[in-house]
Design a protein around this ligand. Structure first.
Ligand SMILES: NC(=O)c1ccc[n+]([C@@H]2O[C@H](COP(=O)([O-])OP(=O)(O)OC[C@H]3O[C@@H](n4cnc5c(N)ncnc54)[C@H](O)[C@@H]3O)[C@@H](O)[C@H]2O)c1
Length: 391
């Protein structure tokens, strides 16, 4: 949509037929793109979706933005990326710029994408240009978007750099060219790993403070008064979404491929992974010990406020740990209609205790508080209210 706004004619190629149909009917599957915005672009034929890769031949710029998840061994899984690049290659026209926006380890453009393109592109296709331009979008963010978030590009050669700059300068306020695709790819991993380790630090710090009767938020607020050299991060049930928990695993895998270990990052990952168990145990200590099977209500199961995305949400592990400890668990989230094979309950569900995991808009806590239900607040957003305990 940012490219449409800049005057480009855009085709979205997606192998999920249902999504293509939904988009072409004017219903946006992306939270930050409204139906009205999509419908306006469709109406003037500035945008259309298709599952047909032959459309690639009409493109002068191709942005690859397929998921880059981890497999069951928690190692990079580039299956979807390879499949998409193979699909693109066969239909590449001459003088096309190929951009990699998917998050991956350094070397992905040069060692994975370019060899596939060179192997499968038509012999007649000449002058293909390449750059890495990692996506930085923050879903649900009302301030930072595609236009005002600076874009990094790392091009393979001077002509690729010129074309990539021209493309992104047409849709972004600021574009920064870095010396190589590997620098751009590594910068993306550094950005997200920075968040992961700082969240882990504060999660560990929370446990230390809690066992000594100190409110960690008061400590973070106090430290935040320092005008330089400190940046506040808040504790929570863990990390979720498809970026912060996943991208650092690309970094740790990349380190191992090079015969090293990213031990600091691995340690941060372990701390965050252990948080749901810590939180489950903490919650159950707050329940009257005479209750054999406590009834627990989880408030908010999306991985962050304002979105309905439950990918990698720590609420899943929390729920499993609570059930393993013998609790009966129900949940509600105004933005999630169905989760883990179950439907939500409402605020009147008969519970012994509630836990606020993700603060979504329009959650009516007053109904719980009025009933005298204790709430373990993992978001530090209900402070000072009766029956509310801070993580
Ligand atoms: N969404 C974000 O907030 C965000 C932020 C920064 C970086 N990223 C990165 O961007 C990339 C995409 O993430 P996303 O959240 O947009 O993914 P997503 O899960 O929304 O998937 C994007 C689309 O790719 C389609 N797809 C999958 N395999 C395909 C194939 N072989 N051919 C064609 N289409 C295919 C899917 O059907 C889906 O519609 C990832 O590398 C992610 O790490 C995403």
């Amino acid at each position: 949509m940012a490219a449409v706004d800049a005057g480009w004619s855009v085709i979205g190629v997606d192998n999920l037929e249902a999504k293509v149909t939904q988009i072409n009917a004017g219903s946006s599957p992306v939270e930050d793109v409204t139906d009205g915005q999509l419908q306006a672009a469709l109406a003037i034929s500035a945008y259309r979706a298709t599952s047909d890769f032959t459309s690639v031949s009409a493109a002068s710029v191709i942005a690859i933005c397929v998921p880059t998840p981890v497999n069951e061994k928690r190692e990079p899984d580039l299956t979807l990326l390879r499949r998409a690049v193979t699909g693109i290659a066969a239909h590449l026209s001459s003088k096309t710029l190929v951009l990699s926006e998917s998050t991956s380890y350094p070397g992905t453009l040069r060692d994975v994408i370019i060899p596939i393109i060179n192997e499968f592109k038509p012999e007649t296709s000449k002058d293909i240009y390449f750059a890495s331009a990692p996506e930085r979008v923050n879903p649900g963010d009302l301030v930072w978007n595609q236009k005002n978030t600076p874009r990094l590009i790392g091009a393979i050669d001077a002509e690729s750099e010129r074309l990539a700059l021209a493309f992104y300068e047409s849709i972004c306020d600021a574009v920064i060219s870095v010396p190589s695709p590997e620098v751009a790819e590594a910068a993306k991993l550094l950005e997200n790993t920075f968040r992961l380790v700082n969240i882990a630090l504060v999660n560990e710090f929370t446990q230390l403070c809690s066992s000594n009767g100190i409110n960690v938020h008061e400590v973070i607020d106090a430290a935040s008064s320092k005008p330089y050299g400190f940046m506040p991060f808040r504790p929570g049930v863990g990390v979720g979404g498809h970026c912060i928990p996943v991208d650092p695993l690309y970094l740790t895998w990349w380190a191992r491929q090079n015969g090293s270990r990213a031990t600091f990052v691995e340690s941060a990952d372990s701390i965050n992974h252990a948080m749901p168990q810590y939180v489950a145990e903490r919650l159950l200590t707050l329940v009257d010990s005479s209750i054999a099977k406590p009834r627990v209500l989880i408030l908010g199961v999306a991985y962050k406020p304002g979105v309905g995305d439950v990918r990698e949400t720590p609420a899943k592990d929390l729920r499993a740990r609570l059930m393993a400890e013998g609790a009966e668990v129900a949940w509600l989230d105004p933005l999630v209609p169905f989760w883990e094979g179950t439907f939500p309950v409402d605020m009147d569900w008969d519970c012994d205790i509630a836990i606020l995991v993700t603060r979504q808009p329009e959650m009516q806590f007053e109904r719980l508080i009025a009933r005298g239900i204790q709430i373990l607040d993992c978001t530090n957003s209900l402070t000072g209210q009766s029956g509310v305990i801070t993580l």
